[in-house]
Design a protein around this ligand. Sequence first.
Ligand SMILES: [Zn+2]
Length: 172
Amino acid sequence: MSPLGHLATTYIIAFAFSVIFNVQMSWYELILILIFANFIDFDYLIGRIFGKKGEAHHGFITHTPFGVFILWLIFVFTVFYNSSVEIKVLLLITMMAHLVLDEIQYILYRAGIQPDTPHKQINWLYPIHKHKPKQLERKKAKEIAQKMKPLLISESVIILIAILLFVWNWVS
Ligand SMILES: [Zn+2]
């Protein structure tokens, strides 16, 4: 999923969470949630330094539930130490949701919605079990990108919903 798609989904989850559980959230906290829910994608830059491109960073420890949990603990005791328990829980939910969204292509494929993209991204059971995400050749990656219509459509819808919610929240 694109960074914009990640931001949109984080916003929708944060919005729904605050409405359902009646959680008070400041604009400052919302912005922090948007940033730190997607913080793990900075491992992309680290990957680039070591010559790894594309989705290879999904195979790093930072893109596992284990790594996310460790980072969440660090964030909770540093950036979010002043926030309510609800906001801390919301941060964990949005960070884990990031992993699900990075796997969405494979999930859609398994559900029979997305054709021919059978490459798993996330090491869900790390450190108990670890698979190496396949580095796709450029040609194959291009072929797959052309078949990603269901994913692109659902991502566009998510971004549109997030924008509408944001505007509605802003004016009301
Ligand atoms: Zn990611």
